[in-house]
Design a protein around this ligand. Structure first.
Ligand code: SF4
Ligand code: SF4
Length: 417
C-alpha cells in the first residue's frame, strides 16, 4: 500500500516531485478526508485537482489499488463540501443537460467565432483568441465546424438485416468539434457493412462534471442518456455501443454503472447493458470485425507518423497494439515510435484549465518527444489528446499535423482500397 511505485509513472509527480501530487500522497490525504476538510478544505482541493485522472498509477499499481475510484469519490465529497462554482453549475447542470440548447450554443459559436478567433495558418488548423487572453492565455484552440455531426447525418436507425448493428455514441468532441472523426467512424462502419444507429439527442457522457466532483450534474446527464438508450432499446438488434473517444467509452463502460448506486433498478438494468456493450471503435474493428492487417507493408515513400497513446484507451480500456496494427492498413504511412508514447499529454479535461502551468510543462515534454521522433504527422485515438497536442504544436510553430487514427484508416477507403 505504501510502496511508492506510482511515483515512477505519475506525469504530475515527474514535474513537481511533491509527495502530495502522487497517488500514495493523495490516498493518505483522503484517508483523513473528514478531518482535512474541516481543517483546510482549500488545501485538499489544491492537492486533489493536481491530478490528471490519467490512470497511470492504477495501471502500474502492483497491489491493485483503485486509485481513480478513490480520487473521483474524493472529488465528489470535496465538491459537496465546498459547493460548485456558479459557472460550472451552469455548464454542467443547465447547458449540457439540455442537448438542444447546447447544440444551438455551439451553432451560434460557429457563426460568430470569426469575431474573437484568429485563425493560424498551420498544419493543426488551430486558432488563438487574443480577446480571451485572461482565460485562455496563448492557448491554441480548434475552430468549430459549420455543421455538427448530427446535423450532417440526421438520425440513423440501423439495419436489422446486417450481421452487426451498433449504436454510435460520438460524444461532444466528435459531434461538435472534430466532426471529421465522426465522418471517419461512419464511413468505416458503412464500409464494413455494419448497421449504424445514431440518435441526435445524446447528452455529454458526464465525465467533465464528474472530474469536477459534480455528482448532481453527472447524474442528470446519465439519466438523459438512459432515456435515449431506452427509446432505442438495447435488448434486440444492438450488438455494441461504439465510440471514437476513449474517455466517453470508459465513462459508459465503467463510471455510469459504478456511480449508479442510488438509481432505480430499471435504470441500473439499462446501465448494465450499456456497460457490457460499450466498446472503443479500434477494439470493435480489430477484435470483433477481425479486420486482416497482416498483408500490408508501407510503400517506399510512405510518410512517417508517430502514435501518442491516450491514457484512457491504454490504461483504462487496455487497447494498445490494436491501434498500431490497424494503422498498418494504410500503406501510405509508416509508424515510428516516439519515446514515452503512453505518457499523458497533460490534457486531463479541465486539468488544462485548472492547472495551466503544469499542463503546459507535461504537454511540452510530449511535444519534444513528438518532434524528436522525426514524424511528419502525429496520430492519436482520442479527441481530447488531439486538442492538447495541437495546442502544443501550434504554440511552438511546429510543422506537424495531428489526426485521429481512424482518419488514417478511413483514408484507405476513399483511396479505393
Ligand atoms: S497506490 Fe499502489 S503503487 Fe502507489 S504506493 Fe500505493 S500500492 Fe504502491
Ligand atoms: S491519476 Fe495520473 S496524475 Fe493522478 S496521481 Fe495517478 S498517475 Fe498521477
Amino acid at each position: 500500500m505504501r510502496c511508492g511505485n506510482c511515483q515512477a509513472v505519475c506525469p504530475v509527480f515527474s514535474q513537481t516531485c511533491r509527495e502530495a501530487d502522487v497517488a500514495r500522497g493523495k490516498i493518505v490525504l483522503l484517508q483523513n478526508l473528514a478531518y482535512e476538510l474541516i481543517k483546510d478544505p482549500k488545501a485538499v482541493e489544491e492537492r486533489l485537482t493536481r491530478c490528471l485522472l490519467c490512470g497511470a498509477c492504477e495501471h502500474n499499481c502492483s497491489t491493485g489499488v483503485k486509485t481513480l475510484e478513490i480520487f473521483v469519490e474524493g472529488r465528489i465529497a470535496l465538491t459537496q463540501y465546498l459547493k460548485l462554482s456558479p459557472i460550472k453549475k451552469f455548464i454542467f447542470q443547465s447547458l449540457l443537460t439540455h442537448p438542444k440548447l447546447f447544440k444551438n450554443a455551439i451553432r451560434t459559436g460557429s457563426l460568430f467565432q470569426g469575431l474573437i478567433l484568429r485563425r493560424q495558418k498551420n498544419k493543426q488548423n488551430t486558432a488563438t483568441a487574443p480577446l480571451l487572453k485572461p482565460f485562455l492565455g496563448a492557448r491554441h484552440i480548434p475552430t468549430l465546424p459549420k455543421k455538427q455531426l448530427s446535423e450532417k447525418y440526421g438520425v440513423l436507425v440501423g439495419d436489422k438485416s446486417k450481421k452487426y448493428n451498433v449504436i454510435f455514441y460520438p460524444g461532444c468532441m466528435s459531434d461538435k468539434v472534430y466532426t471529421q472523426i465522426g465522418d471517419a467512424v461512419l464511413s468505416l462502419l458503412f464500409h464494413y457493412d455494419v448497421g449504424v444507429i445514431m440518435p441526435d439527442d445524446f447528452s455529454c457522457c458526464g465525465l467533465p462534471a464528474l472530474a469536477s466532483g459534480d455528482k448532481n450534474g453527472f447524474d442528470a446527464l446519465v439519466k438523459n442518456n438512459i432515456g435515449v438508450f431506452e427509446r432505442i432499446g438495447l435488448d434486440h438488434g444492438v450488438d455494441y455501443v461504439v465510440s471514437a473517444c476513449p474517455s466517453c467509452t470508459e465513462t459508459l463502460h465503467k463510471w455510469w454503472l459504478q456511480l449508479s448506486g442510488n438509481y432505480s433498478l430499471k435504470e441500473r438494468d439499462v446501465l448494465q447493458k450499456i456497460s457490457a456493450k460499450a466498446i472503443d471503435m479500434h477494439d470493435f474493428l480489430y477484435n470483433v470485425l477481425k479486420i486482416d492487417t497482416s498483408k500490408t507493408t508501407p510503400k517506399e515513400n510512405a510518410a512517417v507518423i508517430t502514435y501518442h497513446e491516450s491514457c484512457h484507451l491504454k490504461k483504462s480500456l487496455g487497447i494498445s497494439k490494436e491501434v498500431r496494427e490497424l494503422l498498418k492498413l494504410n500503406e501510405n504511412y509508416v509508424l515510428k515510435e516516439m519515446a514515452e508514447a503512453d505518457k499523458c499529454c497533460g490534457c486531463g479535461g479541465s486539468f488544462t484549465l485548472t492547472q495551466p502551468e503544469l499542463s503546459l510543462k507535461i504537454g511540452t515534454r510530449k511535444w519534444k518527444n513528438i518532434v524528436d521522433s522525426g514524424a511528419e504527422e502525429v496520430v492519436t485515438a482520442c479527441p481530447a489528446c488531439m486538442m492538447q497536442i495541437a495546442d502544443m504544436l501550434g504554440r511552438n510553430q511546429t510543422d506537424i499535423k495531428v489526426r485521429h487514427s481512424l482518419e488514417i484508416l478511413a483514408e484507405t477507403l476513399t483511396a479505393g482500397k
